[in-house]
Design a protein around this ligand. Structure first.
Ligand code: PLP
Length: 403
């Protein structure tokens, strides 16, 4: 009896559909293998003996692999404990170049940045200005140009892909405007890298930040990638040993970094195929949502988006209730940013897009990954039919379906 119960529980777990890849992606098999191999090594990468050199080799190989994902120079990659730390490290007035050592006095950021950027790093609150976004979820470039006219030489932060809507930002256009005003551009590419092509030079980013766990590496590893060796961080967040060329002290997370490298190689090799796969499923999912709920709103649908993300709402359906109902149906989705779910705060991204407060409270984020299948999407749509019918105060037809 007991055995059977356990088995049933186990099979119920394996049948779950995980559609929350923007919160975190499962570890890729290649990353798991690299992690396990690296954990078997005992050396400290700063040691000069053979054990130390073996650990160092893993880090330097990963540096090349991660750099290749964004066409950056390996020597410029600074490994950190994740995207949040990478953003914190970059958000400082003290970014020097050989001919420019004056601190940057202003930080401009789009109104849709991740909370790790919104916190402002080491800029005082009074030095930070938000740049509006349009109704499609894109940063407003005219507003950026206006703000630059008032604040010369700022650091500007614009993400490449928004974590809630998936909307891709006009980063290359923004870079041209920022550089013309003597500013520096930080691009949080955490959600974009591994899902869409990211070339640091083509984007015109001065600094890019990435995180391993969004592309199939482990949690707790990321990187800050300056576009050139000319950038010097005069006040690193963590000081001590000279690791990461003095920019980030502390014995390196060798296994995490090695696994990050392996995930980067796999993500790069499979990028086009995975993107096409996710886009086909995402289109199926959105067509299905619209067929079931003609009044459903898909946020940012008119803009270019990541191939895996759908953020939607239906008037009358509350996100927190929908997410619990989906969970009971065996489907993991989210109400937006993972950091704020649980607290269920209204999304600052949707607020910046001018979405009404009632609709905004219903926003459900579905984010797919490379293992998603058509059957998963069909299960999601079956669940939505039930969930929306039961929860919507909308049409009688929907209530009828639920009954
Ligand atoms: N930036 C964006 C756009 C994100 O979506 C996230 C994580 O959700 C982060 C930064 C933070 O990355 P990490 O979880 O590695 O600290």
């Amino acid at each position: 009896m007991r055995m059977r119960t356990r088995k049933n529980k186990a099979s119920a777990m394996t049948e779950r559909v995980y559609f929350d890849w923007n919160a975190t992606a499962p570890l890729r098999p290649q990353a798991r293998e690299a992690l396990q191999e690296a954990l078997a090594l005992s050396g400290n990468p700063s040691s000069v003996h053979a054990e130390g050199r073996a650990a160092r080799r893993l880090i330097e190989r990963a540096r090349e692999e991660v750099a290749a994902l964004m066409a950056a120079r390996p020597a410029d990659v600074v490994f950190t404990s994740g995207g949040t730390e990478a953003n914190m490290l970059a958000l400082t007035p003290a970014i020097e170049t050989p001919d420019e050592k004056r601190p940057r006095e202003r930080l401009l950021m789009s109104a849709i940045e991740h909370s790790s950027v919104r916190a402002g790093g080491r800029f005082p609150r009074a030095a930070i200005e938000e740049i509006a976004a349009d109704a499609d979820g894109r940063v407003d470039l005219a507003a950026l140009a206006q703000a630059l006219a008032k604040a010369p030489r700022p650091l500007v932060s614009i993400m490449l892909a928004n974590n809630e809507t998936g909307v891709l930002q006009p980063v290359a256009e923004a870079a041209a405007i920022v550089h013309a005003a003597g500013g520096l551009l930080l691009v949080d590419a955490v959600q974009a890298v591994g899902r869409v092509p990211c070339d640091i030079g083509a984007l015109g980013a001065d600094l890019m930040t990435i995180s391993a766990h969004k592309l199939g590496g482990p949690k707790g590893v990321g990187a800050l990638v300056p576009a050139s060796e000319a950038f010097h961080f005069a006040d690193p967040l963590i000081r001590g040993g000279g690791q990461e060329r003095g920019t980030r002290a502390g014995t390196e997370n060798v296994a995490g970094i090695a696994a990050f490298g392996a995930a980067a190689v796999a993500a790069r090799a499979q990028l086009a195929g995975e993107a096409a796969h996710m886009l086909a499923l995402r289109n199926l999912l959105e067509d299905g949502l619209r067929a079931i709920s003609p009044k459903v709103v898909v946020f940012g649908a008119a803009a270019e988006r990541l191939p895996n993300t759908t953020l939607f709402a239906l008037e009358g359906v509350k996100a927190e209730t929908a997410i619990i109902a989906f969970d009971l149906e065996g489907i993991a989705v989210s109400s937006g940013a993972a950091c704020s779910s649980g607290k269920v705060q209204p999304s600052h991204v949707l607020a910046a897009m001018g979405v009404s407060p009632t609709l905004l409270r219903g926003a459900v984020r579905v984010s797919l990954g490379w293992t998603a299948t058509k059957a998963d999407v069909e299960r999601f749509l079956g669940a939505w039919r039930k969930v929306s019918g039961a929860l919507s105060k909308g049409s009688k037809v929907q209530r009828g379906i639920a009954a």
